[in-house]
Design a protein around this ligand. Sequence first.
Ligand SMILES: N[C@@H](CCC(=O)N[C@@H](CS)C(=O)NCC(=O)O)C(=O)O
Length: 126
Amino acid sequence: MSPVALASSAKEVLPPPLTATSPPPSLFDGTTRLYVSYPCPFAQRTWIARNYKGLQEKIKLVAIDLGDRPAWYKEKVYPENVVPSLEHKNEVKGESLDLVKCIDNHFEGPPLLPDVELKTSKCFYI
Ligand SMILES: N[C@@H](CCC(=O)N[C@@H](CS)C(=O)NCC(=O)O)C(=O)O
C-alpha cells in the first residue's frame, strides 16, 4: 500500500461540530481549513477529495452545526453562510465542485481529475 493510501486509511478523530456558542478557530493564521457540515453532501465531496489525496494533516476539518450555526461563520469566514468553504492563504472560497478542483490542483496527492479539467478550472490561490 502506498504512503498516501496508508495515510488516507488511518482513522481520523473527527472534531465535534461547532455551534453558536463555540469560539472561532484562530482565523487566517496560515492554517488551511475545510469548513463542512458532516451530513451535507456538497461538503462531503470536498471532504472525500481531501481524504483521497491524503491531506488530513494539511487541511484541517472544521465542522459546523448548521442548525445552531456560529454567527462568526457568516461574519468572519464565509458571508455566503453555506458549507463547504475552504480557508487557504488568507482567502476563503466555496462551491464544492470548484473546491474539489482547487484541492486537486494546489495540493499534493494522487490526481482526482484529468489534466484537461485542471487546466480549465478557474481556481483561486494562484
Ligand atoms: N452549491 C453549493 C451548495 C452548498 C449548500 O447548499 N450547502 C448547504 C448544506 S448541504 C448549506 O450550507 N446550506 C445553508 C443553510 O442550511 O442555511 C456547493 O456545491 O457547495
